[in-house]
Design a protein around this ligand. Structure first.
Ligand SMILES: Nc1nc2c(ncn2[C@@H]2O[C@H](COP(=O)(O)OP(=O)(O)OP(=O)(O)O)[C@@H](O)[C@H]2O)c(=O)[nH]1
Ligand SMILES: [Mg+2]
Length: 446
């Protein structure tokens, strides 16, 4: 395997830069660069680094992690040089001229995975932790980094492998049908597994916002004060506000921090029977923003009577209330109320005045987001993980029929499928594993 190298710290001015080298030649490169014969593993070695023409590049700390006790499992050397783009680049150039090549993005983690140092959930957690902009996501990802998701997957996988081993033993060694009690036992084990997977998939879909940031869509008929609310939340005049219905023609998206939570607020065009083709597109976009959002703020103008356009919004929020969190705010409460709010009572509507003060909106949203992130259930954090779980679920569901009919080969096939899918969350499933299980946990008298 070629030796790879890269600058591991952000490019820019900082107090130190780290150049990381991984592979068989790492130690030899460090020895040449430092002119030191011995570099002790896991010790911080302070040394000058030299160019091949003997001129000094910088004074740096060298850290050597001997294979297999390193992140990649290979020999790793890290040079901590003084910060700055030039120093780090010169060291990297020297490292490359001494036999390393520039690493591809993610190549250190890929090697760590290929060498069995990390599983895929940890690799994904690392990649996402680096990119994350929210503390909620960091909290979830750090659990994944620690191995909670891996443990969950391994536990389910072990249970499935055990079931498969039972079935294989019966295919290979029993003449008769599956005994009834064994069928019941497998059935209840499968049910438990199905429930566990279903639970984590549902929770992960509902709380997707914790990882990717919550999308909050502000919807309502024209002129109710949606853009006024957006501007107040952002604290500046982002959207045009006017008393002309249909002022906002397109969706406006902005990110804001509510406490520790990063959210995307989407102001939308007022929803009504559109008057022209451009407005029609705007209304379509409002509806799709609402569909995409995990939280919806429905806004009503209570200084006017509830009309057909408000009714349309009420119908919409009723349609989405199962999948999304809906907040109803009754705007323009500084004016006399003419709006009959009885149809909205189940949404616990809150009176506000977007023109004057929206602190109650901020507090309500913050409280909801705080509670969402407090819950410590384990979640899947990528579409890939969710997809693998869904595929495993389908296989388990398909397995019920052959289990009832005693078609053991077909049953084994479906359980195998479920194992492959669930295993793909962490690492590939090797067939040797069932053989070990079969011969390890059953006394077959052979
Ligand atoms: N009295 C009063 N007027 C408000 C309040 N909030 C907004 N308005 C006014 O209502 C009008 C419409 O406000 P916008 O924020 O543009 O309404 P919108 O819902 O974004 O409207 P469209 O973009 O047309 O869908 C403006 O004249 C605002 O000044 C409020 O709390 N009280
Ligand atoms: Mg507007």
């Amino acid at each position: 395997m070629e030796t790879i190298a890269a600058i591991a710290t952000a490019h820019g001015i900082g107090s130190i830069s780290i150049i990381r080298v991984s592979g068989d030649k790492a130690l030899q490169i460090a020895q040449k660069l430092s002119k030191k014969d011995t570099i002790i593993p896991r010790y911080a070695t302070l040394s000058y680094l030299y160019k091949q023409d003997n001129s000094i590049i910088d004074e740096a700390i060298i850290l050597y992690f001997k294979s297999p006790y390193s992140f990649t499992g290979e020999d790793i050397v890290e040079f901590q040089s003084h910060g700055g783009i030039v120093v780090a680049n010169v060291i990297l150039k020297e490292v490359i001229s001494l036999g390393a090549r520039l690493a591809n993005p993610g190549e250190f983690s890929k090697r760590a995975f290929l060498n069995g140092k990390i599983d895929l959930t940890k690799a994904e957690a690392i990649a996402k932790i680096i990119e994350t902009k929210s503390e909620d996501a960091l909290h979830l990802l750090s659990k994944q980094l620690k191995g909670d998701l891996k443990d969950f997957v391994n536990d389910l996988r072990d249970k499935l492998v055990e079931i498969l081993a039972f079935i294989e033993v019966n295919i290979d060694y029993a003449e008769e049908d599956l005994p009834k009690e064994l069928e019941n036992d497998i059935s209840s084990k499968l049910q438990y597994i199905e429930k566990s997977i279903d639970k984590i998939v549902q929770a992960s879909l509902q709380k997707e916002g914790l990882i990717n940031g919550f999308d909050i869509a502000i919807v309502g008929k024209p002129n109710v004060g949606k853009s006024s609310l957006l501007n107040k939340l952002l604290n500046y005049q982002r959207a045009i506000i006017s008393d002309i219905a249909g002022t906002t023609r397109d969706t406006i998206e902005e990110e804001i921090k509510l406490g520790t939570h990063l959210v995307k607020i989407v102001d939308t065009a007022g929803i009504r029977e559109a008057k022209d083709s451009i407005e029609k597109i705007g209304v379509q976009r409002s509806i799709s923003s609402m569909e995409k959002a995990s939280v919806v703020i429905a806004l009503f103008d209570i200084s006017k009577e509830c009309d057909e356009d408000d009714e349309t919004i009420i119908k919409m929020i009723n349609k989405y209330k199962k999948d999304k969190k809906i907040f109803v705010f009754l705007n323009k409460s500084d004016l006399p109320c003419k709006f009959n709010t009885s149809k909205l009572s189940e949404f616990n509507p809150i009176k506000i005045s977007a023109k004057n003060d929206v602190s109650i909106v901020i507090e309500t949203l913050k409280e909801y987001l705080d509670n969402s992130s407090k819950d410590d259930t384990l979640l899947l954090t990528s579409a890939r993980q969710i997809q693998s779980c869904k595929m495993a679920l389908e296989a388990i569901k398909r397995a019920k029929e052959p289990l009832k009919d005693g078609e053991l080969e077909l049953l084994a096939y479906e359980i195998n499928e479920a194992i492959s899918h669930i295993s793909s969350i962490t690492i590939k499933f090797e067939r040797d594993e069932i053989l070990d299980k079969m011969f390890g946990s059953f006394c077959l008298g052979k």
